[in-house]
Design a protein around this ligand. Structure first.
Ligand SMILES: *[C@@H]1O[C@H](CO)[C@@H](O)[C@H](O)[C@H]1NC(C)=O
Length: 309
């Protein structure tokens, strides 16, 4: 009898503390809407940008360099990647250095070999951003039916190869940040881009579970993860003039410079999950509560080619 009363009291206590924590977390989140957390410095960090040859990757490399970080540029296209590194270094703050490595991130061996070279030449990477999984308008229009394996290798497997190479040293030092990017194709399925959509959802699952792992694994509590949903289509300045987007977009377009600025801002504030523009993350979650038929009707009205479900 006494034991029962005791366990009942424990249960009540647990439920009350949970309610208290939920309210506290919600109030904190609400407070941060108006008073965002301070931006941390990225000076002195060693930032790996995979896919630095063009678009958003190039802009990220340049902006990190301007903020005083050492930048490691990876891309399969040697020429444009070196251009990025040169530009980043010339615009860099102080004696900032930028390095270019040609690497096919879909090949595990190549990733590991290149990682060894980076560790020898520069040191241990402390920030990872893989931009290769973001669909570009170029991919959409030139390859309407991309190879499934290739799409998954670029969009999903490459994350694992890069993490295997650099995460252990971050965990050992209890310092680091992983930024993952996902696009509008990861908000909901897009019918004629099934493999691509699958990769965008996979990245979200990867970010979610890795974040849980980092949180639980005590000694690496200081390795942060930020997932950024980029809802507008990113349009590279060079190609925007002659590329017609296949999917009419309610979400509009954004230039790589602006997208990179927002990604870095989210990372520096240690946000776990954000979207560009910010409110769409919440709208998407609320809309997904609606019945399927309502979602389909909304999709047809907006004519985005994107299903919110
Ligand atoms: C990189 O990290 C490893 C541990 O993972 C450590 O042994 C090594 O000394 C570090 N290198 C530098 C340059 O800090």
């Amino acid at each position: 009898m006494l034991l029962r009363v005791y366990s009942l009291l424990v249960l009540i206590y647990d439920v009350l503390s949970l309610i208290f924590l939920i309210i506290k977390a919600s109030l904190e989140a609400f407070y941060h809407v108006f008073f965002p957390p301070h931006q941390k410095s990225v000076g002195g960090e060693i930032v790996l940008v995979a896919g630095a040859g063009c678009g958003i990757g190039r802009e990220l490399a340049i902006q990190f360099s301007i903020l005083g970080a050492t930048v490691i540029c990876w891309d399969i296209q040697a020429g444009s990647n070196e251009e990025t590194a040169i530009k980043a270094e010339s615009l860099g703050y102080g004696a900032v250095k930028a390095y270019a490595y040609t690497c096919d991130i879909t090949k595990r061996d190549q990733v590991h070999k290149t990682a060894q070279r980076v560790k020898k030449d520069v040191g241990n990477v402390t920030v990872i951003i893989n931009c290769c999984n973001l669909p570009s308008p170029r991919v959409r229009t030139r390859h309407p039916a991309p190879d499934v394996c290739k799409t998954l290798d670029v969009g999903v497997m490459s994350h694992f190869w890069i993490l295997q190479a650099f995460l252990p040293s971050m965990q050992q030092k209890k310092h680091g940040h992983i930024v993952m990017l996902t696009s509008v194709a990861g908000l909901a399925g897009i019918s004629n881009l099934v493999p691509l959509s699958a990769t965008q959802f996979a990245v979200q699952g990867l970010a979610e579970s890795l974040n849980e792992e980092l949180r639980n694994y005590r000694s690496s509590g200081d390795v942060k993860l930020t997932l950024v949903h980029i809802y507008p289509f990113i349009v590279d300045n060079e190609m925007s003039t002659n590329v017609q987007l296949r999917i009419p977009s309610y979400f509009g377009t954004i230039e790589p410079v602006a997208a990179a600025r927002k990604i870095i801002d989210a990372m520096r504030r240690d946000y776990v999950e954000v979207s560009i523009p910010g409110y769409l993350l919440y709208v998407g979650k609320v809309v997904s509560l609606l019945p399927r038929k309502a979602i389909i009707a909304m999709r047809e009205l907006l004519d985005t080619g994107v299903d919110f479900g």
